[in-house]
Ligand binder design. Structure first.
Ligand code: UDP
Length: 399
């Protein structure tokens, strides 16, 4: 019961005792897993698969569909069956409108399903709103990838605040690394519900590497660019929109056009800000491949075949070290300092000269070559198993 000791609310404690199986229910505990975006689906897929395999739990899967088209291929590839789809996506919604829909639509599901625990992941509006809805029904919240902090409550917006609020609501904070645990303790010294389990993205990567094959279209592009230095780019974060994105795309184009043996692959995010800048700056170059968003198996295959990855994504900062690939992070700061500290990634702020940095690494490849030897700071691929072990231990299973 140690996960509850930081609340003085006796009523809440009693309810959590009951709802987390401390009572004498003979059913195995029910875990509701909620996601809504691509990275949440990737990182919760291993947990959903482990729950499905385990005889110790019942599970329910809910998608808010905060992303729609981006999400679908991931459900297929990970064989995720959605029990309830909230279908909240519509064009140009504010975070408040998304939140209101999720609260409204999730509440009756919580009432009917009566889960013992709800698992949310990361920092999206879906994750925060789901945790809040569960808390209001006195259902224990498990937060996967807890303890990431940028240090600035307004950046990334609204994700940093979502993370902080979920930590307060959670009965189980599943941190990926020791430094994530330290972040939580710095914020609230009395957190006694932190479990360092590694990052489930490593589990997802292992699964994909073992079970999937590269698609035909990507196979052809890889053959066509055999022997070249492939740069893989992803950029879609709000902070990058506008001038900074335009400048970085121009620098990448100039670099590709300067060297015959360099090519660029860019799966272009559907956000109109990204699309517009991309077609303005990168269209019409032979060695620049502008692609649709890729399914996970192809994206992982392309990361593996890259010379260098350039990205502002959060998940990619964990995947690059897992694959031993060098990464330039297009951000002012990162809530994943482990990738930088390990030497796999370098932070490229908005004032940096990306073209010059690329040139330096073209002339001297020692950093690029050294990266494959670096140990992955984000875990070993057994995070989902650890999460279930904690839940099993804490939610006394009456079997
Ligand atoms: N990703 C993918 N296909 C793509 C681009 C990205 O499968 O075309 C994956 C990538 O491997 C990572 C995740 O999507 O795991 C990152 O999602 P996103 O950049 O949307 O979110 P963030 O990680 O920044 O929260």
């Amino acid at each position: 019961m140690d996960f509850m000791t930081r609340t003085n609310d006796a009523d809440l404690k009693e309810h959590l005792n009951r709802s987390t199986g401390f009572g004498d229910s003979s059913d195995s505990p029910k875990v509701l897993v909620l996601f809504g975006t691509r990275p949440e689906a990737i990182k919760l897929a291993p947990v959903i698969a482990a729950l499905k395999r385990s005889p110790d739990f019942r599970s329910v899967v809910v998608s808010s569909s905060q992303h729609t088209d981006l999400l679908k291929p991931f459900l297929r590839i990970f064989d995720i069956n959605v029990d309830h789809d909230l279908k909240v996506m519509s064009q140009d919604q504010t975070p408040n409108q998304v939140s209101a829909k999720i609260l409204n639509l999730l509440d009756p599901i919580l009432e009917i399903e009566k889960p013992d625990v709800i698992l949310v992941q990361g920092d999206t509006t879906t994750a925060f709103t789901g945790a809040f809805a569960a808390f209001n029904r006195k259902i224990a919240v498990g937060h996967v990838e807890a303890g990431l902090r940028s240090g600035n409550p307004l950046s990334p917006f609204p994700e940093e605040m979502n993370r902080r609020l979920i930590s307060q609501l959670a009965a189980f904070n599943f941190a990926a690394t020791e430094s994530n645990r330290e972040n939580l303790l710095r914020e609230s010294g009395d957190f006694d519900n932190i479990y360092v389990v590694g990052n489930t993205v490593v589990d997802a990567l292992h699964f994909i590497l073992e079970s999937s094959e590269t698609g035909e279209d990507l196979g052809k592009l890889l053959s066509k660019t055999e022997g070249m230095k492939r740069i893989l780019l992803t950029t879609h974060r709000r902070e990058s929109f506008g001038e900074v994105m335009g400048k970085n795309l121009s620098h990448l184009r100039k670099f590709v056009e300067t060297h015959d043996d360099v090519c660029l692959f860019f799966p272009v995010h559907p956000n109109p800000n990204v699309r517009e800048a991309t077609y303005q700056k990168l269209n019409g170059s032979d060695r620049i491949f502008l692609l649709d968003p890729m399914d996970y198996a192809d994206f992982v295959a392309l990361m593996k075949e890259s010379w260098l990855i350039v990205s502002d994504s959060g998940g990619v900062q964990e995947e690059a070290p897992s694959l031993g690939k060098p990464l330039l992070v297009l951000r002012e700061n990162t809530e994943r300092p482990e990738a930088i500290a390990s030497g796999v990634a370098k932070l490229i702020g908005s004032n940096a000269d990306l073209f010059e940095i690329l040139e330096e690494n073209y002339r001297d490849e020692s950093w690029i070559r050294s990266v494959r030897e670096i140990e992955n700071p984000f875990g070993d691929g057994a995070s989902a198993k650890r999460i279930l072990t904690v839940l099993k231990e804490k939610i006394r299973i009456s079997a």
